[in-house]
Design a protein. Structure first.
Length: 142
């Protein structure tokens, strides 16, 4: 009999993360519904909120596809765990885009609240760009 593969520290953790992400995506949708019905921000900010929500929902679909592929499509095939599912690779792009948009919005707020401090916001922008480039440099199709 072949030795059993313990999946608690791999797929088990991933499944828990996908469930928690789904809950948080639902919370974000409720918050966005409230925001769009009760706030009167400029169109650009409203567009940003809608874009981030859409990207987060796509991200949720991609990670759900990944866990489905590992646990259902490849059930009983431990060798499949050695390959990266395409959706797991693509979700990195959406993760990076969400971080870029949200952190850029934060930098804009710091810009205004710091009385247009170029040095401070320049350092923040440098970190935001560096993080985005670093994440995107890890992207690969398997």
């Amino acid at each position: 009999m072949a030795s059993a593969v313990s999946l608690d520290a791999t797929l088990g953790v991933m499944l828990i993360a996908v469930v928690v992400a789904a809950i948080l995506n639902g919370v974000a949708m409720v918050q966005a519904f409230y925001y769009f019905n009760h706030q009167n921000d400029p169109p650009l900010i409203r567009f940003l909120v809608g874009t981030v929500l859409a990207l987060d929902t796509i991200h949720q679909a991609l990670i759900s596809h990944t866990i489905y592929t590992y646990t259902i499509t490849n059930f009983g095939n431990p060798a499949s765990l050695k390959t990266v599912v395409w959706s797991n690779s693509v979700e990195v792009i959406f993760n990076a885009l969400i971080a870029l948009l949200v952190q850029s919005f934060l930098a804009m707020r710091v810009w205004r609240l710091s009385n247009y401090n170029r040095l401070l916001v320049g350092v923040i922008a440098l970190f935001i760009i560096a993080q985005f480039v670093t994440i995107m440099s890890t992207f690969h199709f398997s």
